[in-house]
Structure formats: structure tokens, C-alpha cells
Design a protein around this ligand. Structure first.
Ligand SMILES: [Zn+2]
Length: 231
């Protein structure tokens, strides 16, 4: 044990565990994000506000029960660094961690009271292989750990890869994501309330496309949740 600690301290000189936001070294017990940066995260608390900005954003685009996000995604802000770490730095643990934080935030609220399944926005298998994991699934796993709501990641599937998505305008992106999702079976979501989970909501076109596919299940209801929202 002592040897292990010495080795850890030695390695920390070269590969220190740093807060993904401020890059400061951790003090006892901190991991991924330091306490100071956690306290400064710009939480939305949209789950407590009916008719919040995100719900207004999706209104008329797709039928849904509620929509919320954990924090505001601001260019150059702390959540942008966290999401960057999650998507491009091969750090699935930060997804699980931020999922647990989100879970603590919405646990026990009306927002999730009747939810049957947490469903991550699926990645195309090719993209998932490149990244090594689906970041939204990692967030779901953290949320599930805290709330006890089961994850379903096998029913909603992505059938088309669209790597050029981020370069296109909103209209192009919308047409781009039409019909790229499908359901692997028609029964699982019947009469269920699905909480659809994404990492960040920007145009909302991916969520909209997923929701339309899920809603083909009879009697199914949708709510929407993301770690971050640019809206
Ligand atoms: Zn920090």
C-alpha cells in the first residue's frame, strides 16, 4: 500500500490528476472536477421550471412532456471543457461523473417521477468504435446509478453515420438527421415514458429526430434531458 502511494505520488509529478476545468491539482477526495469549479457550474434548474427556455425551444417541433438540461453550455465556459474532455479525450469516467451530478440535481423531482427508461442518443457503431464509447450512454449510467431508473440503450439505434453534421447549417442538419434512427423492436417502448438523453443540445435536430422515431411506439411519451444546453 505504501509502495503504491509512493508510486502514485511519483507518477503524479509527471501525470498529475488535474481538474478538467481549471487544471489545478486536486485536494483530498476530489476527482475529475475540483470543488471550486463544481460550485461555479452554471446550473439551469430547468427541471423545476415548467415552460422553461428549453421547452419553449422544442415547442411545436415534437410532442414531449418536459425538457431540461443540467447546465448552460457557454462558449469558453466550464461545461464546454467538460464536454470536450468527454467527447475527444477518451475520458468516459467524466461522463459517468457528470451523469451522477445531474442525477443528484434532478433526483426526487417531478421531472423524472414517471420516467420508465433512460435512453441515450445512439452513436453510429463506426463512430462509437473510434471514440471507444457512447458519451451519452456514460451519462445515462451515472444518472441511473443515482436515480435507480434503468437504462435502455438497445432499442433506439442509429442506422446512418453523418460525420459532416457539424459543418452544416441548421436546415441542412435537420434534413441530415431525418430517418437516421430506428427502433430495433416495436414493443419495448409501448406505453412507456422515455427520458431521451444527449450530451449537449445545440440545434436540437438530433433529439427531434430520435423523438420522432421513439414516438412511433403506441402510447409512448418523451421527455428530454441533456448535460448542457446552448439555448
Ligand atoms: Zn477546478
Amino acid at each position: 500500500m505504501i509502495m503504491k502511494n509512493i508510486l502514485h505520488s511519483f507518477l503524479s509529478l509527471f501525470f498529475p490528476d488535474l481538474c478538467v476545468v481549471c487544471r489545478e491539482k486536486f485536494i483530498d477526495g476530489e476527482q475529475h472536477i475540483c470543488t471550486d469549479c463544481l460550485l461555479l457550474l452554471p446550473k439551469t434548474n430547468f427541471h423545476l421550471q415548467a415552460d422553461n427556455r428549453l421547452e419553449q425551444f422544442f415547442a411545436g417541433r415534437v410532442p414531449f412532456e418536459r425538457a431540461a438540461a443540467f447546465a448552460y453550455f457557454i462558449k469558453g465556459g466550464s461545461l464546454q471543457q467538460i464536454i470536450h474532455e468527454l467527447k475527444y479525450k477518451r475520458n468516459p469516467d467524466i461522463g459517468y461523473f457528470i451523469g451522477k451530478l445531474s442525477g443528484e440535481n434532478i433526483k426526487g423531482s417531478e421531472f423524472i417521477r414517471s420516467v420508465d427508461f433512460l435512453v441515450p442518443v445512439p452513436l453510429h457503431p463506426k463512430r462509437q468504435k473510434e471514440r471507444g464509447y457512447n458519451q451519452s450512454l456514460k451519462v445515462c449510467e451515472g444518472l441511473s446509478e443515482v436515480t435507480g431508473i434503468p437504462v435502455n440503450s438497445g432499442t433506439l439505434i442509429r442506422t446512418v453515420n453523418n460525420p459532416s453534421q457539424t459543418k452544416n447549417s441548421r436546415f441542412d442538419r435537420w434534413t441530415n438527421v431525418e430517418d437516421i434512427f430506428s427502433l430495433s423492436d416495436r414493443d419495448t417502448f409501448i406505453n412507456k415514458h422515455i427520458l431521451l438523453i444527449d450530451d449537449v443540445i445545440t440545434t436540437g435536430s438530433t433529439i427531434e429526430s430520435c423523438a420522432k422515431e421513439i414516438l412511433k411506439s403506441e402510447g409512448c411519451k418523451i421527455s428530454i434531458y441533456a448535460v448542457g444546453t446552448a439555448n
